[in-house]
Write a protein that binds this ligand. Structure first.
Ligand SMILES: [Zn+2]
Length: 97
């Protein structure tokens, strides 16, 4: 089943998030005591955002990459860059442990 998502709304959110992170990257490079974990997790988030924007363009945004079902709207609202539903996310985290 497909969402009838307000893609413009999510595209806007993703772009804002991306710009916000991108604006902090020069700080990462300048400060010696920047936490590398934070810098790395922000870089990963940037990649996720880029993927989400591609999926908006490709028309598959909002569908879980694991099971192909629609990701609940509340989850997308809270984290527009997610590409997995809660079940698949939990399974993936189990596998990574
Ligand atoms: Zn799923």
């Amino acid at each position: 089943m497909k969402h009838s998502l307000d893609l413009k709304h999510f595209e806007q959110k993703l772009r804002e998030q991306r710009d916000e992170i991108a604006s902090r990257i020069p700080e990462h490079q300048n400060l010696e005591e920047v936490d590398q974990d934070i810098a790395e997790s922000e870089e990963r988030l940037l990649e996720k955002i880029a993927t989400a924007l591609e999926r908006i363009a490709g028309g598959s945004y909002g569908q879980c990459l694991g099971c192909d079902r629609a990701i609940p709207l509340a989850r997308l609202e809270a984290k527009p860059s997610v590409s997995l539903c809660l079940d698949c996310q939990a399974r993936k985290e189990q596998e990574e442990k």
